[in-house]
Design a binder for this molecule. Structure first.
Ligand SMILES: *Cc1c(COP(=O)(O)O)cnc(C)c1O
Length: 230
């Protein structure tokens, strides 16, 4: 068993190699530690090893952890967000990666307004069409971006995706390339309220390919903390 610190160091070296290979700056890629089911002591170990960005999938679990660990690190929400949890989400998180419908965006906007903040969001895109996956279908992305762009208390900062599971990282490459192309097509429209700088893509199995294809945030759980209990 490698330590959490060793794992993070290895991942950082791999990110650096992938960035070099694709002519990117390593400073343009942020490493997120995904901490669903991970206990506080192990999260603290990751923070001690330099992690400054944490991804959580469940609002309640995150709320408890944020109370204990605090806001010296950034907390991003990456799970499925129920509309009735939006009011907690805007207060707890620095960014929401999983906005995939206008009803959710509208509720986040309303709750951010009430909290006196602007909530940065990413639009989650379902590129594979798998029915089990959340995310707006590819052909609905432009409309959703245009609708959310009109909401004053939301800042649309980019796109997120999760390709179908595969043990071959190269299988993810076409999805990552598609997400980048989509981001560039939206950016070209220069919509007010839309920034399109972030591409949240790549997990333990395929993050190096994601870096090569332009990821700005990679979301890593298993390769840092080991297998999660089922
Ligand atoms: C759990 C999760 C991850 C991390 O997956 P690993 O394969 O453990 O690295 C990344 N993104 C999302 C949305 C997740 O739910």
């Amino acid at each position: 068993m490698h330590s959490i610190k060793d794992n993070i160091e290895q991942i950082r070296m791999n990110i650096e190699a992938a960035a070099l290979k694709s002519g990117r700056k390593v400073s343009d890629v942020r490493l997120m530690a995904v901490t669903k089911t991970v206990d506080d002591a192990r999260i603290m170990e990751a923070i001690d090893a330099g992690i400054d960005l944490i991804g959580e999938n469940y609002v309640q679990e995150a709320q408890r952890k944020i109370e204990i660990i605090g806001n010296a690190v950034q907390w991003h929400f990456i799970g499925r967000l129920q509309t009735n949890k939006a009011k907690y989400a805007v207060r707890l998180f620095d960014m929401i990666h999983s906005v995939d419908r206008i009803a959710l965006a509208a509720e986040l906007d309303k709750r951010a307004k009430a909290a006196g903040c602007i909530i940065p969001i990413l639009i989650e895109v379902n590129l594979s069409g798998e029915t089990t996956k959340s995310g707006v279908p590819k052909d609905g992305v432009f409309d959703l971006v245009r609708q959310t762009a009109g909401l004053d208390n939301i800042a649309v900062e980019g796109l997120m995706t999760m390709p179908p599971w595969s043990d071959n990282p190269e299988d993810s490459r076409p999805y990552f390339a598609q997400l980048r192309a989509l981001k560039e097509a939206i950016a070209a429209k220069q919509l007010i309220g839309v920034e399109m700088q972030e591409l949240s893509m790549g997990m333990s199995a395929d993050y190096e390919v994601a870096v090569e294809e332009g990821a700005t945030i990679i979301r890593i759980g298993t390769s840092i903390f080991g297998e999660r209990p089922l």
